[in-house]
Write a protein that binds this ligand. Structure first.
Ligand SMILES: C[S@@+](CC[C@H](N)C(=O)[O-])C[C@H]1O[C@@H](n2cnc3c(N)ncnc32)[C@H](O)[C@@H]1O
Length: 200
């Protein structure tokens, strides 16, 4: 019996959502420059890998605090070891957890190198927790273009081997109001977000 052709529903769950692919160092710098990172900032890198964005933010951009959240034990250890070596412990920290479990309300900058689907899962969290004015820089993957979520700036950068696209978003008051307006509807927990995939 042949199966009916048409869309099938694919759900995404918490846990390990994105493979580890490090952002090249020149792109790390470009991300922090695009966010205009400086001594007043609290930077979160969601899925921080070996901690390179956190470390560069603390060491070179002298931010007040840089926090990485990472689910993989080996990468957490690697990042913490490097932070120790560089004696950055007073301003750099790695939290071993699922990024969805950690409240990031004190962020002034959030960096992402995830996937468009994961950015979309994160959107309600970003809208709920972040304050107006918070900058979000996403390496390569956009946050879905819905009202209030157009990138303020898009930058192309070449790392010597391949090109990269960076998107800068700034949380606006209207985004929070949009979210508040939507709260009368039942919010979709990210673990229940469903994506349509065409049958082949
Ligand atoms: C593409 S890498 C980016 C690493 C780093 N941010 C960078 O730009 O170099 C994505 C990272 O997210 C981590 N990750 C995947 N799912 C996660 C989750 N649910 N919570 C925290 N980290 C996660 C992966 O282990 C991986 O290190």
């Amino acid at each position: 019996m042949s199966r009916a052709r048409g869309p099938v529903l694919v759900s995404y769950y918490r846990g390990y959502l994105v493979p580890y692919v490090p952002t090249p160092e020149p792109v790390v710098k470009a991300m922090l420059e695009l966010a205009n990172a400086g001594p007043e900032d609290v930077v979160y890198d969601l899925g921080c890998g070996d901690g390179r964005i956190v470390i560069t933010a603390a060491k070179e951009f002298k931010v007040k605090k840089a926090i990485g959240i990472e689910i993989r034990d080996d990468l957490v250890l690697q990042a913490r070891r490097k932070i120790d070596e560089l004696r950055l412990n007073d301003r750099a920290e790695i939290i071993k957890d699922d990024m969805f479990n950690v409240n990031i309300k004190d962020a002034t900058i959030v960096t992402l190198f995830l996937l468009t689907s994961v950015n979309e899962m994160l959107r309600p969290k970003l809208e709920n927790e972040l304050r107006p004015g918070t900058r979000i820089v996403s390496h390569e993957f956009q946050i879905f273009q819905i009202p209030g979520w157009r990138p303020k700036k898009t930058v192309k950068i070449y790392d010597g081997i391949v090109g990269h696209t960076l998107y800068l978003y700034v949380i606006k008051k209207e985004v929070k109001e949009l979210r508040a307006g939507a709260s009368s509807r039942t919010p979709t927990p990210h673990s229940k977000i469903l994506f349509l995939k065409e049958n082949t």
